[in-house]
Design a protein. Structure first.
Length: 272
């Protein structure tokens, strides 16, 4: 019998594995601040990703590359203070782990100690194996990330679907197995053919989380601001928009401005 979300007091990497084993899908969303994280956690989301997508969503950068380790720790700390249930995974930002495994370990330790996060996420396959092993040996859970890897966007040159060709698909499968063997507790698969993500998910014992990777994965992740329609300029095929908060917020702010200008706000009941 499957456990309901109310049966799980605190989501852990072990419980994510149990969810995969019993066929229960994993729901994962991004958060970068206390208020949003509190809402997501109370709603019952399983995993909150403090993504380096904060570089785009919160700071307005074109790519994820500019965000720093200090900034990621700030966002992660804000999220952690809101959490009662969800597992919080934090992206290691570009430049904080690619140099060598010692640098990667130092960065991961800083995130865990200074933010109180539960795990870190890293992009790459065999290239980061040594760093993954070293971080896990320190007792820090690691989630992998394959397929479209935004930190390598200038190498790819485009955000199109990855691993459509046999050579790249075979490398992705090999990398996924290497990450599992190295001790990763889960793996994000971004923007790859659904047929490939099904193969990878079938080969792995650990959970796979898809974003633009079809339905045959163990869970899904979206950027919360996209899901809520706060950012209406992003329309990839994989995105389902559940609200249009850009319109709701704009209408509310417009009404506030009109009420201030007309002296309708504050009224007698709103004064001391």
């Amino acid at each position: 019998m499957s456990a309901s979300k109310s049966d799980i007091k605190k989501v852990t990497t072990h419980q994510l594995q149990e969810m995969k084993n019993r066929g229960e899908k994993i729901a994962m969303l991004t958060a970068y601040d206390f208020s949003m994280a509190k809402i997501l956690d109370a709603a019952g989301v399983d995993v909150i990703l403090v993504g380096d997508s904060a570089s785009n969503v919160m700071a307005g950068h074109e790519t994820t590359l500019p965000i720093t380790l200090d900034q990621m720790i700030y966002h992660a700390s804000s999220v952690i203070r809101a959490i009662n249930r969800a597992l919080v995974v934090v992206d290691l930002p570009f430049g904080s782990y690619q140099g060598n495994s010692s640098e990667a370990l130092r960065s991961a330790i800083r995130i865990m100690k200074e933010s109180g996060a539960h795990a870190v996420k890293m992009e790459g396959g065999v290239e980061i194996k040594e760093s993954v092993l070293r971080i896990i040996s320190a007792g820090i859970p690691v989630m992998g990330h394959l397929g479209l890897m935004p930190q390598s966007i200038y190498k790819f040159g485009t955000y199109v679907v990855r691993a459509k060709e046999e050579e790249e698909a075979n490398k992705l499968i090999a990398d996924a197995l290497i990450l599992e063997e190295s001790g990763c507790f889960g793996l994000v698969l971004e923007k790859i053919p659904a047929s490939l993500s099904k193969i990878v998910t079938g080969k792995l014992q650990i959970p796979t989380i898809g974003i633009g990777a079809g339905s045959d994965v163990d869970g899904q992740v979206l950027v919360t601001h996209d899901l809520l329609g706060i950012n209406n300029e992003f329309h990839p095929r994989f995105l389902r928009t559940y609200a249009n908060l850009q319109s709701v917020i704009s209408t509310a702010v417009t009404s506030y401005i009109e009420d201030v200008k007309s002296t309708d706000f504050p009224n007698a009941n709103e004064c001391y």
